[in-house]
Design a protein around this ligand. Sequence first.
Ligand code: C5P
Length: 227
Amino acid sequence: MKLCVALDNDTLEENIALASELRNYDIWLKIGFRAYIRDGKELILSLKKINPNFKIFLDLKLYDIPNTMADAAYEIALLGVDMFNVHASAGKLAMKTVMERIKNIPNRPLVLAVTALTSFDNSSFEYIYNDDIDRKAVLFAKDTYEAGLDGVVCSVFESLDIKQNTSSDFITLTPGIRPFGEDAGDQQRVADINSAKANNVDFIVVGRPIYKAQKPNEITLKILNAI
Ligand code: C5P
């Protein structure tokens, strides 16, 4: 299991300081909307300068018509990031078109699809998708697998079921992790490290429990030891 730290701080300086503090660890760093919109590809270059072995996950969750998604995916693949994501609800054709467009790029990034956001509870999910969250997450995962992507973003609770319905190699990446039972914030389907392990999760994403900690370095080390 790999740790992916969300760089969701308020400023570029704080994100750079966090990455510098964690530079000796074998971790992934997640760049989300806010940081990418503000700091762009310079941020990716700065992080790779701090530690060339940092792996970068660009979490922009593409959702658009197939051609527009594929164009964006192509540009993302040229940025030199190691992983990015799309929404599975954009449809199988959109996902296939994305994979087709980037397939010949050397060392193409891993591509994941978001099944259900971990901030949804069952009733808010049903309101939009008219289906049960666990059932639909597995259906989205099957579409993602059939479209040739590398894995999905899901909650810990769906990871095993998704692997059973696709392949054990199919990557599951799970946000909403509260490593040692910390405050959930706006997340609904949270889980700790032990349950992520028990559910064969490949990547855990941890944001606030690390970047809001008094000593991010210490909690990161504790998480790495636990996984
Ligand atoms: O602070 P916390 O650990 O809740 O951060 C989780 C991170 O994972 C945030 O950056 C959020 O945008 C992201 N994420 C999520 N649920 C998804 C996909 C991404 O929480 N389904």
